[in-house]
Every structure is written in C-alpha cells, then in structure tokens.
Design a protein around this ligand. Sequence first.
Ligand SMILES: Cc1ncc(C[n+]2csc(CCOP(=O)(O)OP(=O)(O)O)c2C)c(N)n1
Ligand SMILES: [Mg+2]
Length: 347
Amino acid sequence: MATKITQSDELLGLDRGALIEMLRWMVLGRRFEERAGEMYQVGEIGGFCHLYIGQEAVAVGALTPLRGDDYVITAYRDHVHGLVRGMDPGAIMAELFGRVDGSSKGKGGSMHLFDAATNFMGGHAIVGGHLPIAVGIGYAIRYRDTDQVCVCFLGDSVANIGAFNEALNMAALFRLPVIFIIENNQYGMGTAVHRAAAIENLADRACAYSGMQGWTIDGMEVLEVRRTVEMAVERARTHKLPSLIEAKTYRFVGHSMSDPNYGHYRTKEEVHQFKAHDDPIKGYIETLRAHGMIKESELSDIEAEVKKIVDDSVEFAKRSPVPQADDLYDDIYSGEYPDAKRRDPWR
Ligand SMILES: Cc1ncc(C[n+]2csc(CCOP(=O)(O)OP(=O)(O)O)c2C)c(N)n1
Ligand SMILES: [Mg+2]
C-alpha cells in the first residue's frame, strides 16, 4: 500500500545554498508564468497555454535532486519543468511567442517544449501519450546499462486511462528505473478527481505492480516532495525499481488560458482558500524563516534577480523573428520527398 508522509519538519540535511536555490526556482517559475499569462492577454502568445501557478513545489522538489544526465518527461503544463531542468528562459519564452529562437524553433509552442541538451524529453499534448515513451526511456537506460533514471510527470486524469496500466505494468515487469509522479491538482479540466477515479489515493494503485512503491504526499511542501523523490531515485538508480508518487497539489489559475480561474466546476472560495492558506512559495518561505535560513533582504534580491531573467526572456522573444512559411518543411521526418520544400503535398 502507499505510504503517507507527514509534514516535512526537517531540512533534509541540505545546506543554506541548496535551500535558497529551491526557493529561487519556485519564484522564477511563478513570475515567469505570470508574465506568460500577461503576454497571452496582449496577444503576443497564441494557441494553447496551460499555466502551472500553484504547483511549483512539485517540479522543484522533484527536479532539484536529479543528475544532469537523468531524463525528464512531462505533459503540456511544462514551462516550469523546462526552466528547472535548466532550459534557457529566453528559448522557452520565444517558443511560447512562436519565434525562431524558441526551443522548437517556434513550431511547438507552449505544450511542446523540448531540450536534448538537458535531457528534457518534452512537453506532450496528448493526455497520457508520454507514459509509454517514459517506459521506452527506462528500457533504453537498462539496455545501455547506465545508472540514469527517468522522471515522468503526469496529471491525475492519466491514472484512469489504459496507457497508465500498460506503462506501469511494463515498468515493473522489466524493472525499469522510472519514477512516475502524478500531479494531482484535484481536477482534469473541469472534472474533479473523485468523479473520475474509483480510488481515494491514486498512488495506492502501485500495489498492483510487483516491486513498485507508492507514496501519496503533500505536493504543496517542496521539501516533502524532494525527500520522497530522493527515496524513489535511490530505488531506481541502485535497484532498478520503479515508483509511483502522487503529489496532492492545486492549480491557482484556470485549466488553460481559455478557462477562467474559477469556471463552473469550482468555487471562488475554494480557490481563495488554497491561495491564502496553501501557497507552496509562502509556505516554504515560512519554513526557511522558522529555521533562520533566509534574511529578508535575500527575498527581495531573489525577486529582483528573477524579474531581470523574466524581462530578458521577453525581450529576447520579442526580438526573435517569426518563422517563414518554408520553415514548415524543415525538421520533419520525411524520407519520401527529399525535395519536399519544392512540392506542394496538397496537390
Ligand atoms: C488523449 C486526449 N484526450 C483529451 C485531451 C484534452 N485534454 C487536455 S487536458 C485534459 C485534462 C487533463 O487533466 P490532468 O491529467 O489532470 O492534467 P492537468 O491539466 O490537471 O494538469 C484533457 C482531457 C487530450 N489532450 N488528449
Ligand atoms: Mg489534473
């Protein structure tokens, strides 16, 4: 059965630098996304755009203990995962703007960030479509006989689809070093988890697979996320065993830019309650203060530093040109028409 962990009451033996680094990532994620939301409103960003505001503790707690050569894969709510993984903020913002200096040359957009240099394998728009890919990455790690791990983030709705069982079954069967992290933000679009899943704690499903450990944790506590992921990484790296972590969290904003913050599926009061009493950044600052780990001046320094990074990313994106129509034919898989550029496939 899934193990429950209570509030993090210790600092995991991390030094002050590492603790503050985690706060810096969380603040960068929050401010970057707030600015992306503004840029969407003024028409600089188009198409789909799903913000991660409220969920920052999950990506930061899960990604900071990883090694540079580990693999990370996620769904479409991917900006903060890309940032914390080490992608260039300018390349991410330019991708959201649809510009040539974006991480996918402006042709992927918000849902399809990708960066081979940091082993960030996307950014996937099809709900649950990336779980079999995570299994493939885990298989490749075993095949090459390295001690890397693959962390795969997924939404709560994915725990109810077929690919979830296929992927977790194979990960357990082949003993693959894959860590599945369900970001349970309580809703799949407008559907509450309890209306879609016939189980209370999604990580309890781990018990269906031999050798898989499940944990249901407070995803608003960055240290709790980190501590759990560290245990899962040890199992994966050393023993080649997969894990399933369910981090209970909450998104403070709408599902995507086309969804208002509250909608018909949740109340204003509920959102305000989480924002006021369960903000992962405010909570972490309180923890750092309680342990005398942060000076007030450092908080304003972080805000200033982050503001500059975000400002620069927007400037970079604005300066970058839009792709040309001919660029559509570049970077695509096509063996059939080597001169694809000169052919019109619709005629
Ligand atoms: C196969 C598939 N079906 C439907 C959709 C439309 N869709 C986009 S997001 C979403 C809900 C996903 O919810 P969840 O997995 O909880 O992730 P969250 O948005 O809460 O992060 C759906 C149904 C899709 N992208 N792919
Ligand atoms: Mg969800």
